[in-house]
Design a protein around this ligand. Structure first.
Ligand code: SF4
Length: 310
């Protein structure tokens, strides 16, 4: 398989066939981000012949008679590929005809594939016409994961995210109209010391105007090689404490009015949680409270400091 550098995928894509469509990130400017710093280039689309070769290789795994026997014996479903997840920071940034060509290859090699997902930036949606979004939905694109990070305009601007809160609402409403579902990644701690609650309320306000099926919260972890670390050293920005990040999450959960799954999964979360809003709001808030009181700042900070890699 042609995998370049570290491959990240959302936790809920664990059962998807992962095919590299791009490597790196078209934006590459978010102050806190160190995800693709090991690559010798900023962004690169995968050559179509690599994608095809990977699909052919994957066919041999999934059509392996031993695996079929395993499936029959243990009820596993490894011989079916229902969903493909395109690896890369933002494959949705590719132009629509390019994405449709990739979708055609997927369906040719895995006719039973029902949907294709990937990470997308808000700006990747903005770069496509309504008609292109409709054609992508018809081509199988569904279940995008969008790292909105926050609805706090001050934080979006300071962190160089490249869009404002109103753009999140506008672009997600265009996805809704095209019939493409999406999940959000939220980044607890992005608003900075003393501003977590305000950032959470601003985020809830924009989420309440959109229709994500899931809001996945990650927690800001500042690495020394990031631009944000240099800002902290120079006194231009200060981190929230770990407990402030959990207070922020309580505020977010408390203000979300949409029907949505809320999850804290992935390495940046020392404690993993999942629940549905609004019905499990109280349980989620109690669990977040218990993290603050039972685990406490020192142990949570210890986890953060020793987290070598996301
Ligand atoms: S868009 Fe995502 S991958 Fe790209 S720099 Fe920002 S956080 Fe990192």
């Amino acid at each position: 398989m042609h995998y370049t550098g570290t491959i990240w995928r959302p936790p809920y894509e664990a059962g998807s066939l992962i095919i590299e469509a791009t490597a790196g990130c078209t934006h590459h400017k978010c102050k806190f981000c160190t995800l693709y710093e090991d690559l010798p280039f900023k962004f690169r689309p995968a050559p179509m012949e690599h994608i095809e070769a990977d699909l052919l290789e994957a066919q041999t795994w999934f059509h392996d008679p031993l695996r079929r026997a395993e499936e029959e014996l243990f009820g596993l479903s490894r011989t079916k590929v229902d969903r493909v997840f395109l690896a890369g920071a933002n494959p949705f940034g590719l132009k629509a005809p390019h994405l449709l060509q990739i979708a055609e290859l997927m369906h040719e090699h895995f006719p039973q594939c029902k949907s294709i997902g990937c990470f997308s930036r808000v700006t990747d949606i903005a770069s496509k016409s309504d008609e292109e979004l409709l054609r992508l939905a018809q081509g199988g694109f569904d279940g995008l994961t969008i790292g909105i990070e926050t609805g706090d305009d001050g934080a979006l601007s300071f962190m160089n995210k490249g869009y404002a809160a109103k753009d999140i609402v506008e672009q997600c409403q265009r996805l809704d109209a095209a019939g493409i579902s999406y999940a959000f990644f939220y980044l607890a701690g992005i608003s900075g010391e003393g501003r977590g609650l305000e950032g959470a309320r601003a985020t809830a306000a924009i989420c309440n105007q959109t229709n994500p099926w899931l809001i996945g919260a990650n927690m800001l972890t500042v690495y020394k090689s990031s631009e944000l670390h240099r800002d902290i050293e120079a006194g231009r920005w200060a981190e929230e404490s770990e407990t402030e990040k959990y207070e922020e999450l309580k505020e977010l959960v408390g203000h979300l009015e949409v029907s949505v799954d809320f999850a804290m999964l992935g390495a940046s979360n020392p404690v993993m949680l999942k629940g549905h809003l609004p019905d499990q709001r109280e349980q989620l808030i109690s669990a977040l409270d218990a993290i603050i009181t039972d685990i406490g700042e020192a142990r949570l900070r210890d986890y953060r400091t020793n987290l070598r890699h996301l």
